[in-house]
Design a protein around this ligand. Structure first.
Ligand SMILES: Cc1cc2nc3c(=O)[nH]c(=O)nc-3n(C[C@H](O)[C@H](O)[C@H](O)COP(=O)(O)OP(=O)(O)OC[C@H]3O[C@@H](n4cnc5c(N)ncnc54)[C@H](O)[C@@H]3O)c2cc1C
Length: 289
């Protein structure tokens, strides 16, 4: 299986789609149907990892199955919180044996049922330690990391956040996928800020298409992403009208994505929520040349 970095070497822009492990067999079936519909458009897929490792088996199995069915690289998200060093070493060996060569390395958040969890001495405290462990395998793995255009919610300043990203680059990270944002200026400012401290990594914007405004408000609270006024003005009046929300969500996403592509972004990463639509409509509407 290819590493995504090999694709980056050949393509200035990539298009990728992120799945989460569903809770039911029906949800899993839908995930594979969606993957089939998107495979012709995707350079790679991602599969998330439940907080604290709660979905570790499911994530692994889905990554293996997607790679087998579609012969596309799949980035396995891997959070190190609540994982001891020994377990991480074992998991990396398991990934190698399964031909999983792409990892999104995160510390992760404490699980909801243990929000005050503090790591012990036999566990990594920060994502850069996990990256170093992955790099003990040389260049076998391509390593992605999350990027926070508005700064990580628990980092005191954006400048410090940029420096922590540089630490991850120095530890061996290869690329960044960002948290969602709606105001592209937030991404452009992030790009300028991290470049100033020497981060040269590919910064792939993470895109969420708005289809459910009340849910979006809740989600943005948990990840501290700003909902700009122009989004509120567009979506608040139709919050209880799913059809109109979806239409406006598609229109906005097309504008947002086209602006990013026209301004030098190295592709787009869609949080597709395991659904074929509306991501296919948005993708098809973009001028990608
Ligand atoms: C694209 C993307 C994908 C995601 N996928 C998942 C997923 O699959 N599963 C999941 O559970 N969560 C996922 N998340 C959420 C993510 O786990 C949380 O946002 C988490 O808090 C991120 O931790 P991190 O990897 O940035 O950790 P770190 O970089 O370790 O940062 C965690 C905290 O430590 C501090 N810190 C970092 N480096 C240093 C340092 N060198 N010295 C001192 N302090 C430092 C930071 O200020 C921050 O507050 C994803 C987020 C994004 C943007």
């Amino acid at each position: 299986m290819k590493k995504v970095t090999e694709i980056f070497d050949q393509k200035p822009r990539t298009f990728s789609f992120e799945f989460f492990p569903p809770k039911t067999p029906k949800g899993l079936e839908r995930l594979y149907q969606t993957a089939e519909a998107l495979a012709g458009k995707a350079d790679f897929f991602n599969v998330t990892y439940g907080a604290g490792g709660s979905s570790s088996k499911a994530t692994f199995e889905i990554v293996v199955e997607l790679q087998k069915r579609f012969n596309l690289p799949v980035v396995h998200h891997f959070t190190c919180i609540k994982h001891k060093y020994d377990e991480i070493r074992q998991r990396l060996e398991q990934f190698k044996q399964a031909d999983i060569k792409n990892i999104l390395a995160l510390r992760g958040d404490p699980p909801a049922d243990d929000p005050d969890y503090v790591q012990g001495p036999d566990e990594p405290h920060y994502a850069y330690e996990l990256i170093r462990m992955i790099r003990e395998h040389g260049d076998f793995f391509a390593i992605g990391v999350p990027g926070f255009p508005e700064g990580h919610p628990n980092t005191p300043t954006k400048e410090l956040d940029s420096k922590y990203l540089k630490v991850k680059q120095d530890a061996g990270a290869d690329f960044v996928i960002t948290q969602l944002f709606f105001d592209n200026n937030i991404y452009y400012e992030f790009r300028d800020r991290v470049r100033k401290v020497g981060v040269t990594l590919r910064l792939i914007p993470g895109i969420l298409i708005i289809t459910d405004y009340p849910k979006l408000i809740d989600f943005c609270k948990t990840c501290s992403a700003t909902i700009p006024d122009f989004i509120k003005e567009r979506f608040e009046p139709v919050a209880d009208n799913p059809e109109e929300t979806r239409k406006r969500g598609i229109d906005w996403a097309i504008q947002q994505c086209q602006d990013l592509l026209d301004n030098g972004c190295p592709g787009l990463h869609f949080y597709c929520l395991n659904k074929t639509e509306p991501v296919t409509t948005v993708y098809n509407a973009l001028d990608k040349d």
